[in-house]
Ligand binder design. Sequence first.
Ligand SMILES: C[S@@+](CC[C@H](N)C(=O)[O-])C[C@H]1O[C@@H](n2cnc3c(N)ncnc32)[C@H](O)[C@@H]1O
Length: 181
Amino acid sequence: MGLNLKAIPFFNLKNIFLFLIFLFLIKIFLDLIRGRAIFVPLPKNTIRKALKEIKTKNKKILDLGSGDGRVLIIAVKEFKCKEAYGIEINPILYYFSKFLIKINKLENKIKIIKGDFLKLKLPKVDIITMYLNWGLMKDVEKKILKECKNCEIISFAHRLPNLKEYKKIKTGHFYTYFYKI
Ligand SMILES: C[S@@+](CC[C@H](N)C(=O)[O-])C[C@H]1O[C@@H](n2cnc3c(N)ncnc32)[C@H](O)[C@@H]1O
């Protein structure tokens, strides 16, 4: 005699769906209070506005927490970056960004690495972009200062705590900060 889940009142499709949404919201809430960055994609025009401010042609770019890969796709397609790297911790976004890169036929120029950028060795690049959470900025700054040289950094919405930006621009409802190290 098997267990008939449908006979138990809670186990209908609607409740399971609501329960999954509830778990998803709890995860977002926990990430927020721990100061972790959740996936909030940048508006494409904000990316364009920031990249217009610096030299991008033939440069290598890295997006820390690359989400669906939009910064990298725009950097290569529209701003002529020659190579682009993304590091993404969320496996769903990792595979989704690889899918978008494939349909844009950019697999030879854009590489996505799955994992925590704080624990991985950063690729050598000329430009680093990030759109993260305040809680990560101190660790990210420490990591960048340890591993990167001759690099332009663009941080959307959050300042690096110790470096002094050489420029900031208003992008939508927040500022974007530019650094050189
Ligand atoms: C606010 S979203 C920005 C996504 C993308 N860069 C954009 O601008 O549209 C932040 C991203 O960073 C990722 N992330 C957060 N912490 C990370 C970590 N330690 N290592 C790698 N990715 C991380 C999240 O999963 C999320 O996709």
